[in-house]
Structures are given as C-alpha cells and as structure tokens.
Design a protein around this ligand. Sequence first.
Ligand code: TXA
Ligand code: MG
Length: 356
Amino acid sequence: MNTKVVRIKEEEKTREALEKNPGLLEAAEILRNGGLVAFPTETVYGLGANALNEEAAKKIYAAKGRPSDNPLIAHISCMEELPAIVKEIPEAGRKLAEKYWPGPLTMIFPKKDIVPYGTTGGLDTVAVRMPVDPVANCLIHLAGVPIAAPSANTSGRPSPTKAEHVIEDMNGKIEMIIDGGAVGIGVESTIVDVSSEIPTLLRPGAITIEMLRETLGQVDIDPVILGPVSGDIKPKAPGMKYRHYAPKADMTLVEGDMDKVVAYINDQTKKAEAEGKKVGIICTEESRDMYQGGNLEVIGSREHEETVAHNLFAVLRDFDARKVDCIFSESFSKDQLGQAIMNRLCKAAGYHIVNV
Ligand code: TXA
Ligand code: MG
C-alpha cells in the first residue's frame, strides 16, 4: 500500500481553514470508507479508523500487530456525539467532561450496542476521548463518526510524538498520515473509569490524580499503575499489562539522591564501556555536565516537568536509532505529571529499577 503523507502547517490550523483543507477532507473520506489514517493529537499521534465498523477496527490491530483483547479509545469531537455511543453518563463523567474536555482525558462508560465488540476488545464498556488538538478535533468532526484510535506505533514500541515516528512504523501499512508537527504533551491521555461506583484512575497522564481528586473527591488508583503486574492482579485497562513503550536496549531506571544516581550511572557506564558496550544515558538539563562517558540524551528540565513528558518517547526512539546496548535513566518524583512520566519510564525499563 502507498501511504500518502499530508502536511498541515501551524498557520493552516484555524477551524475555518481546516474544514476546507483538501487533505483533511480526503482523510475523513478514507475513515468513512473503512480505511486507516494516522493523525496528530495533543498527547501522541493516533491511528484512526471508524469506531463503529468492526472490519475497520480489525485493520488497526493488524497494522499495529496489537493483541485483539486490547480495546481501542473512541474519539469524538463534541459533547453532542457522546450519547450515541454510551448508555449513561454518570455524574463523575459529567463533571470531568465539563472541566477537562476537550483535552487529554479518556473516560470509560457503559457502551451502547452500536459500538462493536471489535472496538472494545469484547468489553461492555467503551473508552471515550475528545481531543483538543485542532487537527484531530476537526478530522473527527469531518468524518462524522467516532474514530477509534490507539497510539500510531507498532505494538510495544514507544508511542509516536512526531510524524516521522509514525512513518517509521506505519509506512506502507495505512492509507494516510497527517503530519501536524510535534505533539504538545507527549504522553498518552489520562484514563479514568467512571462506570464504577468510585471513579478509578487506570492510566496516569497530563490530567493528574491531584486534578481528578480536586474535581471528584475520592478517586481510586488501579494498583498496576504503581508497580509491575504480578500474576494475580489484572489491570482494568487491558493495555497496561503489556510491556510497552520499550526501547530495544536493556534499560535501568536509577532512583535515589541526585549525586548518588550520577555516581552510580558513571560507574556502570565505565564498566559497560570496558566490555565494549555502547551505553545510553537519559539525563536532564540540570545533570548533563556531570557525566563522564556514554551517549547522552537530555530528556528535559526538572524545573519544567512538561518538557520531560514532551521528549520522553522521542528519546527512547533516538536510542533505538543510535543502537545502544543498554540505557541508564535518571528518575523523577511521582507526584503531579511525574506519575505519568515514571509510569512510562518504569514500563520502558521493564520495571528494572535500582535504588542507590
Ligand atoms: O492519548 C491517547 O489516549 C492516545 C491518543 C491517540 O488519543 N491513544 C491511546 O490509545 O493511547 P492506546 O490504544 O494506545 O491506549 C488505550 C488504552 C489501553 O491501555 C486500553 O487497554 C485502554 O485504553 N482501554 C480502552 N478501552 C478500555 C475499556 N473499555 N476499559 C478499560 N480500558 C480500556
Ligand atoms: Mg498505545
């Protein structure tokens, strides 16, 4: 298949211009006809298909090499599109929608029959998100159907935050890629189950647990977010059980006081390089000058954690391209946006964490 790449520049992103953009109109047509289109959102690039068409959803699983029990998020463009796909909108869902939609928040609702099990991985619930990114929002509006869209990466690889990442993974496998430049946030949406009595956080993201609790009061946290999944704990978001976001090299996450972390990584790097290994180090603006060897990637600044989220997946992909044998990474605090950052880094490291 020949994959068409359509570039949309910053100055073309007004709603008025987007609604007439020939590339976006063609993309909407492809989606309506059951094809696949990758597009930017504020979190990561998505791989879209008509969420109400089981055959189209199947194509997503094939293109990504994704296990078919891992359900997809249905994306809508405005509140009026929600009642068509969900049975009820619980109070918690209404409150969060008011505060955080459109935005980087996904909510789990009981699904209506119109949503096929092919989209929900056999579940009676459906995950719904309303992106704020102007390209994503307008594309969904133009398609006129809810759009199922997982992250547009090959299953298991780091999520794509630039069109180049999508091209790497999806070229030749899908009809079209819309290149809207680098995404803003860089980690996937927060997922909250509002179908249960007490709302539960299933995946941390830019809408933090602190923000959710401020709006809702009590919010539980699915234990899988905090540590590795043991045999008997089943994550409520099926996707959280897979080894995700993983770079090709073995990765070690190092926790502890800054000085000790740097000393440990310097020491390990020296040893690995003596064995002829190529070592990658994930450091920060604050620590970049403290390393003596290795291949550095600056993930961002500790003073602006949103820069760390923004660069996280690109750094992991860059190390894949640089073909390092092992990666050592600094760690971050686990509150606010740090919870999402550490969740992704822990998973990338396969929970290989050293405390120094
Ligand atoms: O930011 C995002 O959410 C991006 C962009 C493209 O919108 N999408 C995304 O989709 O991250 P994906 O497929 O990579 O992750 C969806 C997650 C998976 O962990 C999946 O198991 C969970 O959502 N999920 C989907 N439907 C669910 C349901 N009905 N119940 C529980 N978890 C669900
Ligand atoms: Mg994903």
